[in-house]
Design a protein around this ligand. Structure first.
Ligand SMILES: [Zn+2]
Length: 458
């Protein structure tokens, strides 16, 4: 059945401005895709009449009746007048097993933090009970904060990775998830035999499309220092064979960059190591951080149409650096905003949007960066919705992150706590939600035209 969602519609078709339809409508077809966006019900080109689907009164009650008396049964109208209707958030870099350690060890830099805090936590996911408990909590939290599509690292454990994929499928979320690959420079219980690492990857890649059809698989070498050339070569073959996407880390921390240079002295740059082993397939690669890119790496990422996942909160927490976001955008990179939980301590994308704007402002204060104009709110919102949403379209899992026709209707309905006496614009209300709101303001979550209830509710 066609569904019409009525409310104050806001999205970003382009980075530079918000498209705002006050008391507008999004029309969603049977297939869960947007067919039309209009300024009012009267503009709808649908045939027939409408009947009210569900009705939640705005604070202070209705000023006009929710539906004219002459209306007859027809397509469902979900009346959300007085609420904001925005695309749900897309996070292209998050570590699901690190959720238990949010906020821990953040006085350290990356390599020390990995050894002291991250690896001991991830090794606990060999235990099915630990994995089940924490992955349920993680999935519920992503639902709560309105991040309904994401690209997640699991751990190297095959069973726990499959469990996470099943939980997401059951919850109605549509992420891509990867088993981490590690066969060097890791504690013994997190160091795989190269052949086991490849076999496990192949197994999930082969079975996930039937077992968890809405949850995709993404090849996930942790980072170059964790993966031997033999493993990277084997993963490259798997990527080619199954035409899979890839996610990893790149140029996050200066000691890490130097370590990669020592490990691969014959390859000029960090990015070229991935490319050399076939781990940067064009138009389906996510590289997290990209803080210390050289010009030639920037050019390679542009050529390969890589999504550069900018994780500002994480980069500050681990004293990694400030991504020159404006320079990367001007160079034509597909920069999106991501949480990097748990180096980013908060999975909420509004918090990450604010961190990205603040970081970009800090960048302009650095010597030589006067021309690095700060991000605007609409740019940052675009980088947390439509820009990362394009990744799902590129890998054949539906375009998301906007309400343009053809996009999957992935949305959040936001209801502010109280009536605002300031007679604020729709855009102003969105800004308040991004800067000062939280998940309690999110009334509904929609994925591909379907409302998603709270998963695993007790
Ligand atoms: Zn990460």
């Amino acid at each position: 059945m066609t569904t019409v969602i009525r409310g104050d519609i806001v999205f970003t078709q382009k980075p530079g401005y918000f498209t705002v339809l006050e008391d507008g409508c999004v029309v969603v077809g049977d297939d869960g895709r947007v067919t039309e966006v209009t300024r009012s019900l009267d503009d709808l080109t649908l045939h027939g009449h409408y009947v009210l689907g569900e009705c939640i009164p705005p604070a202070g009650g209705w000023t006009t009746p929710p539906v004219p008396p002459h209306w007859e049964p027809g397509p469902q109208v979900v009346d959300r007048r007085g609420c904001l209707v925005i695309p749900s958030f897309v996070d292209l870099h998050v570590h699901a097993p690190q959720y238990p350690m949010s906020g821990l060890g953040l006085d350290m830099e990356l390599l020390q933090w990995l050894r002291s805090t991250t690896f001991p936590t991830e090794s606990r996911f060999a235990d099915d009970e630990v994995a089940e408990t924490w992955y349920r909590r993680f999935v519920r939290r992503m639902w709560r904060v309105g991040t309904l599509r994401f690209s997640a690292f699991a751990t190297l454990h095959v069973g726990a990775t499959q469990l996470l994929m099943r939980l997401c499928q059951e919850a109605g979320l549509r992420p891509v998830i990867g088993k981490v690959n590690m066969d060097r420079n890791a504690p013994e219980d997190l160091r795989e035999r190269t052949s086991d690492s490849l076999d496990g990857t192949r197994l999930i890649a082969e079975t996930s499309s039937t077992e968890t059809p809405d949850v995709g698989y993404i090849v996930t070498p942790r980072f170059v220092p964790s993966t031997t050339p033999k493993l990277m070569e084997g993963l490259g073959e798997i990527v080619r064979h199954f035409e899979l996407p890839v996610q990893s880390h790149l140029d996050e921390n200066r000691s890490e960059v130097e370590w990669v240079r020592r490990l691969h002295p014959d390859i000029p740059t960090y990015a070229e190591v991935y490319d050399h082993f076939g781990l940067m397939p064009e138009g389906r690669t996510i590289m997290a951080h990209c803080i210390w890119l050289t010009d030639s790496e920037r050019e390679l990422l542009r050529e390969r149409r890589v999504w550069a996942a900018h994780c500002p909160q994480s980069n500050l927490n681990l004293t990694s650096g400030l991504m020159p976001v404006r320079r990367n955008l001007d160079a034509g990179l597909k920069v999106c905003i991501a949480s990097d939980v748990a180096a980013g301590h908060d999975p909420s994308m509004p918090r990450q949007i604010v961190a990205a704007i603040e970081t970009s402002k800090a960048k302009t204060f650095e010597a030589g960066h006067e021309k690095d104009r700060p991000l605007t709110l609409s740019e940052a919102f675009y980088m947390a919705t439509k820009r990362p949403g394009e990744f799902f379209g590129a890998i054949g899992r539906g375009r998301v992150g906007s309400f343009e026709p053809g996009y999957d209707f992935d949305a959040l309905v936001i209801r502010e706590e109280e009536d605002n006496p300031l007679d604020m614009s729709v855009e102003g209300r969105l800004a308040r939600f991004i800067y000062d709101g939280d998940d309690r303001d999110i009334l509904e979550r929609w994925v591909a035209g379907r409302r998603i209830p709270e998963p695993f509710a007790r």
